[in-house]
Design a binder for this molecule. Structure first.
Ligand SMILES: CC(C)(COP(=O)(O)OP(=O)(O)OC[C@H]1O[C@@H](n2cnc3c(N)ncnc32)[C@H](O)[C@@H]1OP(=O)(O)O)[C@@H](O)C(=O)NCCC(=O)NCCS
Length: 143
């Protein structure tokens, strides 16, 4: 298994297929996936040249990083690949000085906890705007 941060190696169709049916980016258009990759530091794992895992960090590469779109292909889950991907993310030289990391997860807390991620210490200090149905509402439906 090989890990890489080269965006040119990514399988855009695979990323789009997975994300468009995920619980957090349901219906995301392919063009938005392409732009999301362009604007982030992307990590992927390859098995015999085929992409089997993905994660991206949206960051200024100085103070803040948002970890997003983490997935491992079903065929490769439960074998430590998610953990290996997270090790690569958390040790990347461009991300060493971040003052804050952030992520949102429905049920994968067990993957992130060993890397130091904790529930919000002061949730009352945080504010957000979310548009969970944005792709559906726009009628894009993952095209
Ligand atoms: C979550 C996901 C990336 C984990 O990848 P993986 O390669 O199967 O994970 P690993 O084998 O490296 O497991 C690492 C640890 O994370 C834990 N973990 C993995 N998925 C978990 C989940 N959904 N909930 C809780 N813990 C989880 C494992 O139990 C394991 O800990 P352990 O060794 O102490 O048991 C993978 O299941 C996946 O792609 N799920 C669908 C997409 C998704 O939900 N992504 C996360 C969005 S925040």
């Amino acid at each position: 298994m090989e890990l890489s941060t080269d965006p040119d190696r990514l399988d855009i169709d695979l990323n789009h297929d997975f994300l468009a049916s995920s619980y957090w980016a349901h219906g995301i258009p392919r063009e938005v996936v392409v732009r999301s990759i362009e604007g982030a530091l992307c990590f992927a794992a390859y098995d015999e040249g085929r992409q089997v895992a993905f994660a991206r960090v949206i960051s200024d590469r100085a103070t803040f990083g948002y970890l997003s779109d983490v997935f491992v292909a079903e065929s490769h889950r439960g074998r430590g690949l998610g953990r290996r991907l997270m090790e690569a993310v958390m040790t990347h030289p461009d991300l060493r000085t971040l003052r804050r990391w952030h992520l949102v997860t429905r049920d994968a807390h067990g993957l992130y906890r060993p890397f130091g991620f904790l529930p919000l210490a002061r949730p009352e200090w945080h504010m957000e705007i979310t548009h969970p149905d944005i792709y559906i509402a726009s009628g894009a439906h993952g095209e």
